[in-house]
Ligand binder design. Structure first.
Ligand code: ASP
Length: 368
């Protein structure tokens, strides 16, 4: 038998239970309505290659560290917020400092990006990479990926263990860009420190600063702040689905060396590059792609023998024009125009898979 007070509390409990049932079922139906309304999240595949974004140091305030220590699953787990932007799948392509980036990884990466972007359930790809050579990998993919879907590289200047590590927010922002429909058709992009760069335009400008990437000649493609994406324009040059370069059947890329010009330069390094098997030479010239008279003569000798010689510049920004102080027409040289030496090398390696004709290669430099 229940006492009167117990009756009261029993009926109070009953009312409470009823309220709870009504409110939870109300919440459940509101939840299910929301679930039916919310569009499904896009799938973004994360391809990890290593770099400082996956680096670790012995303490959070030490300069010395090792790139490529953290695996893709740890990287994804470190930024759970990104799961609100996309369904994420991770794959480890390599785990190296990008100073060790090489043709084997490039060919593997390009093949995988082409496979993934051809899958109807994949909306975009994020590639984590080291900052040292990210501009080269981005530009390489920009020329050989056959898709309009977003392909976004990101990186970090500070290792994952550092005080104020920049990797997590860069990664979050890269996922936001890769999941954004407006990113399609803008070529391969690089996201770092809130900025969206085109693959052809960006370059690393500081050895240590977080704000290292600039697109000095042609500017940004857009910005991304805490996942909010704003695009201003498309990239410079032909790219991806519109590119005439292809890696189908390619297992090796031709050797192209970069040689920097300097005071009192002779032709010894140019001769050495050719002796080592270079099919092309990029000169990181002084000023507007200039070099000493003796170096010009040495270069012209090799150009006559079918080695493709491109004049670029060791200066961070500006065009290298044809026939300014060096007569490219009569010497058989190519001018790199807006491409810095490291990107001119990428384009020339792909160009040499198709032709050694200097006029055609100059057209490539005009268009890409
Ligand atoms: N050396 C590193 C790398 O390129 C630097 C970085 O990622 O910031 O892998």
């Amino acid at each position: 038998m229940l006492k009167p007070t117990e009756h009261r509390s029993a009926s109070l409990l009953g009312i409470l239970a009823l309220v709870l049932v009504v409110s939870t079922s109300g919440a459940a139906s509101a939840q299910s309505a929301a679930a039916t309304k919310a569009p499904p999240l896009p799938t973004v595949v994360v391809l990890a290659t290593g770099g400082t974004i996956a680096g670790a140091a012995g303490s959070d305030v030490q300069a010395a560290y090792k790139s490529g220590q953290v695996g893709v699953e740890q990287l994804l787990a470190a930024v759970p917020q990104a799961k609100k932007l996309a369904v994420l799948r991770g794959e480890q392509v390599s785990n190296i400092g990008s100073q060790d980036m090489n043709d084997e990884v490039w060919l593997k990466l390009a093949k995988r990006v082409n496979e993934l972007t051809a899958q109807s359930d994949v909306a975009g790809v994020v590639i984590t990479h080291g900052t040292d050579t990210i501009e080269e990998t981005a530009y390489f993919l920009n020329l050989v990926v056959k898709s309009r879907k977003p392909v976004v590289l990101t990186a970090a200047m500070r290792p994952s263990t550092a005080l104020s590590a920049d990797g997590p927010l860069n990664f979050f922002n890269a996922v936001a860009v890769a999941a954004n429909k407006d990113a399609a058709g803008r070529g391969v992009l690089v996201v770092a420190n809130d900025w969206i760069h085109g693959a052809a335009s960006l370059t690393k400008t500081s050895t240590t600063a977080v704000q290292t990437f600039l697109s000095p000649l042609s500017g940004l493609i857009g910005t991304v702040a805490y996942g909010t994406v704003e695009f201003y324009r498309g990239p410079v040059g032909r790219h991806t689905a519109d590119s005439e370069f292809s890696l189908t059947g390619v297992t090796q890329l031709p050797r192209v060396d970069i040689i920097m010009a300097y005071e009192n330069m002779d032709g010894a390094l140019i001769d050495a590059a050719v002796a080592a098997g270079a099919k092309g030479i990029i000169i990181a010239g002084v000023g507007n792609g200039n070099l000493t008279d003796i170096a010009v003569k040495t270069l012209a000798k090799h150009a006559k023998n079918g080695i493709v010689c491109v004049r670029s510049s060791r200066v961070t920004t500006g065009q290298v024009g044809r026939n300014v102080e060096v007569n490219d027409d009569s010497l058989g040289f190519v001018a790199s125009l807006g491409l810095n030496p490291q990107k001119a090398r990428v384009l020339l390696r792909l160009a040499l898979l198709r032709t050694t004709d200097v006029k055609t290669i100059q057209r490539y430099f005009d268009e890409y």
